[in-house]
Ligand binder design. Structure first.
Ligand code: CA
Length: 261
């Protein structure tokens, strides 16, 4: 047997692909045609690209790759992948510009984007999220976390958006938007108008990171003016009222807030 690395890797990928197919057979054993999801990776660091590709293929994804922003944009527009892993620090056209361009194009604006960033790029993460990127992961990351985050982003995109009036149940919280009531373990929690709006926003999308700017935009236009800084004050108030449930509202340092998934 040829001991070369690509060959060994190739057979490993085939094994995984086979197992996936077996799992998706129906009761009579007929194989169902399951479309593999395609992920485009835009990353200029070869080592990272290789690790990402290996782990994504192992998990059943079809992978396309581009090593700079220009090529990445071109591939995204021609291939329209199911998701995009986007490095922000790219030579030439940067990741944020790629994100902006894709979100402005009707053909590509719904492609979920998971940004891949260095820890020091907090300001860029905020900009990216506000441009419409779905989530981010900081380098160095574990392959397991990468795949979990990608899966979460794809899952959220495949779910139909919940109607804003629907009752939200998450952890021990039940949120009734119509009545603007919240109960925790069956016990009513009195919230201010803004605290309620904030909790409802986060709870409708557990796991999503909201920047302060996005929070302000979402709850603006109601009775009380909300600014970037006052978001923190409202979060503090909300946490105090939630007591033991305060831990569900996570601070994403330098970026914003999210409700624990
Ligand atoms: Ca880079």
């Amino acid at each position: 047997m040829d001991p070369s690395r690509p060959r060994r890797r190739g057979s490993l990928f085939e094994d995984f692909a086979l197992r996936k197919r077996v799992r998706t057979s129906d009761r009579r054993g007929n194989r169902q045609a399951v479309k593999r999801e395609t992920v485009l990776i835009i990353e200029d660091e070869e080592d990272i690209l290789e690790v990402m590709t290996y782990n994504l293929v192992k998990n059943g994804y079809r992978v396309l790759a581009a090593s700079d922003g220009e090529e990445g944009l071109k591939r995204a527009k021609t291939e329209v992948p199911d998701a995009l892993l986007l490095d922000l620090m790219l030579p030439g056209v940067g990741g944020l510009d790629v994100c902006r361009a894709l979100k402005q194009d009707p053909r590509t604006q719904t492609i979920p984007i998971l940004m891949v960033t260095a820890r020091a790029e907090e300001a860029d993460i905020v900009v990216g999220l506000e441009l419409g990127a779905d989530d981010y992961i900081t380098k160095p990351f574990s392959p397991r976390v990468l795949v979990a985050r990608l899966r979460a982003v794809l899952r959220r995109h495949s779910q139909p958006p919940e109607s804003p009036g629907a009752t939200v149940r998450v952890h021990d919280l039940v949120i009734h938007p119509g009545r603007r009531e919240v109960t925790l373990g069956g016990r009513p929690i009195p919230l201010t108008f803004t605290e309620f709006s904030l909790l409802h926003l986060l709870a409708r999308k557990p796991g999503w990171v909201f920047t302060r700017g996005q929070i302000v935009d979402a709850i603006r236009g109601e009775d009380y003016p909300v600014t970037d800084r006052s978001v923190d004050v409202h979060v503090t108030g909300l946490r105090r009222k939630l007591g033991a449930g305060a831990q569900w509202i996570e601070t994403v340092r330098g970026v914003g807030y999210r409700l624990k998934e």
